[in-house]
Design a binder for this molecule. Structure first.
Ligand code: ZN
Ligand code: MN
Length: 138
């Protein structure tokens, strides 16, 4: 895996310690954190970091195609360092967001084309329910 500095440079972004910290964190988690969660996890080791910087940086990353923003119906967006489109499952109990393989719903895409006669370019597919942990707690 390429290191974060190289990845940022390849996108023409100025490399700063805070940008490195944010991208490194996002590319090493599958939790789809929001800006606040990212801020809280990095703040102890980056005392000069502000929440505003996290928002601004995520915006830069999004524009550069380094991360994708994910709206799962919460007040704040989640962020994903996997930028290829893929479906997600969201726990309505604890907010856990899980990746699903992109090719698992080819049939559905094909069917949507047939039904609409559209030339479809993308889709957002989110399943809602209770994660394994939460469903066993009730
Ligand atoms: Zn859950
Ligand atoms: Mn994802």
């Amino acid at each position: 895996m390429k290191d974060t500095t190289q990845i940022l440079r390849a996108k023409g972004l100025k490399v700063t310690p805070q940008r490195i910290a944010i991208y490194t964190m996002l590319s090493h988690t599958d939790e789809h954190p929001n800006a606040e969660t990212i801020y809280r996890s990095l703040e102890p080791t980056n005392p000069t970091l502000s929440l505003a910087t996290v928002y601004k940086t995520l915006d830069f990353f999004k524009t550069s195609g380094l991360v994708q923003e994910l709206n799962v119906g919460e007040a704040s967006s989640r962020y994903d360092a996997i930028v290829t489109r893929h479906p997600h499952a969201v726990c309505t109990c604890c907010g856990k967001v899980v990746d699903l393989p992109a090719d698992a719903f080819e049939e559905l895409r094909h069917r949507a084309c047939q039904l609409t006669d559209f030339s479809l370019e993308s889709e957002q597919l989110i399943f809602y329910g209770k994660c394994p942990k939460c469903k066993n707690q009730t």
